[in-house]
Design a protein around this ligand. Structure first.
Ligand code: SAH
Length: 270
């Protein structure tokens, strides 16, 4: 497509962190933008593609506010687009996998603004790749569920035993925003899945700060604590991780971007 015109906002996926994982379309959109609104989880390396003259607005905690209210971000996008600015809203991972991309698109369309969405590699996929495993595998998993561990205020938390039961049908669970709820998640899933079920956390997938903790459901909380795993991290649960255990035992995973030492055995944290 050509660059945006008056009244268009591009919601652009910045990928999980490594700028090399940006799509060509994302790079073109960032280069063409006169205003870039940036989420916290977007790595600084991605912004090197922005024009010097572009106005870069950090709308997360790094912007100085506790967290910029969503309504303010939406108003700002509408105002800038109406002014004729070429607005790019840069979001971590894929704009439509959690992170309110759907809400933003609805708001923009309701304001009469055309929305162009540019996909990015979602962090849950980068996390699996960091572990050397796929989401699906003919032997281990016939599908995948992407779930948020963080419910919207006022709404119920997911019923983890039910999701655990679904995982017994050969589905890999990929849980975003789950670090602060790790105990509840592990306990809930543990009501449906055996404690030896493989589980792994990846923090900062594809970034220099990447850390991995390969464990089992029964030992996850203790191992994550020992490994000092924090946000942002993705939790992956399921038999596809048998491949990760085998890989870490056999050969260290290649990690040119991460200075962290690779684990040599199951349950070791890197
Ligand atoms: N749209 C984003 C998700 C936003 S929700 C995407 O597609 O990836 C924010 C959550 O994403 C974090 O709490 C964490 O669970 C996950 N996340 C984002 N970047 C990550 C990264 N580099 N490594 C691991 N998890 C990440």
């Amino acid at each position: 497509m050509n660059g945006p015109t008056n009244g268009v906002v591009q919601l652009v996926g910045a990928g999980p962190g490594d700028p090399e994982l940006l799509t060509l379309k994302a790079v073109r959109a960032i280069r063409g933008a006169t205003v870039v609104l940036v989420d916290d989880l977007v790595s600084d390396g991605v912004l090197r593609y922005a024009r010097r003259s572009a106005r870069i607005v950090h709308v997360g905690k790094r912007g100085g506010c506790a967290s910029t209210p969503q309504a303010f971000i939406e108003r700002l996008m509408v105002a800038e687009a109406h002014r004729g600015e070429r607005v790019v809203r840069l979001k971590g991972g894929d704009p439509f996998v959690f992170g309110r991309g759907g809400e933003e698109a609805e708001h923009l369309r309701a304001a009469g603004i055309e929305v162009d969405v540019v996909n990015g590699i979602t962090s849950g996929l980068a996390a699996a790749t960091a572990l050397g495993v796929p989401w699906t595998h003919r032997e281990h998993a016939r599908g995948v569920m992407l779930v948020t561990g963080h419910a919207k205020e006022g709404s119920d938390a997911p019923h983890w035993p039910t999701l655990g039961a679904a995982a017994t049908q050969g589905l890999t669970l990929v849980i975003y925003m789950g670090v602060s709820q790790l105990e509840q998640i592990a306990a809930g899933l543990g009501r449906a899945l055996p404690p030896r079920t493989p589980a792994a956390l990846v923090q900062g997938a594809s970034t220099r700060a990447e850390r991995r903790c390969i464990s089992t459901l029964g030992s996850l909380v203790a191992d994550a604590r020992r490994g000092g795993i924090g946000s942002p991290a993705v939790l992956i649960v399921g038999n596809v991780l048998h491949g990760a255990a085998a890989l870490t035992e056999a050969t260290p995973l290649p990690a040119p971007r991460s200075p962290a030492k690779r684990g040599a055995s199951l349950r070791q944290t890197s």
